[in-house]
Ligand binder design. Sequence first.
Ligand code: E4P
Length: 218
Amino acid sequence: MKFFIDTANLAEIQEAQDMGILDGVTTNPSLMAKEGIAGTDRVMAHYKAICDIVDGDVSAEVISTDFEGMVREGELLAALDPKIVVKIPMIKEGVKAIRYFSDQGIKTNCTLIFSAGQALLAAKAGATYVSPFIGRLDDISTDGMALIESIRLIFDNYGFETEILAASVRHSMHIIQCAEIGADVMTGPLSAIHALLKHPLTDIGLEKFLADHKKANS
Ligand code: E4P
């Protein structure tokens, strides 16, 4: 399973990259706003800065909701760097734009997926990735992980090449469950990736190894 980090924070992206486990980055307009990045020139420069840090795909989201606007924005984004994946919302105009970009050989990530039917539609249009939002479903007492299972089954039934990018990951158990189900990619915050590191027996074991070594060598 590929690990993407879900942030526009350059320091966090660099930290994950330095760990040697990072396969890509996802951003969205809220994450860009959180970093105080506004205005087309700054937004574009920020995406370029992200691409300069990571080796893998970088999802950059369009703001337009009409086909022509999405195409215009997406083409500008895609021209920035070969790592850019144009992120497009799951709306009718978005499906048309995904088909357009797919025919042009430009990678897309269909975002705001909350049902298997939406994922199927995006895959039919040729999306590179679909992003089902696990955490936001869990937030409304709906099983986000069941959606990942359902999409996995459908894509496997028909051999769709579209990758399942489990998004809105909130904690380490989401990551583990995604890996069990067979999501192709997960995108989550650095905190969820850090949480995978932790086990109290690791800390206790290391402390003992170091103490024993010290005793034997003093
Ligand atoms: C990523 O592609 C999504 O935009 C993101 O994972 C949404 O996460 P949130 O539900 O924590 O905002």
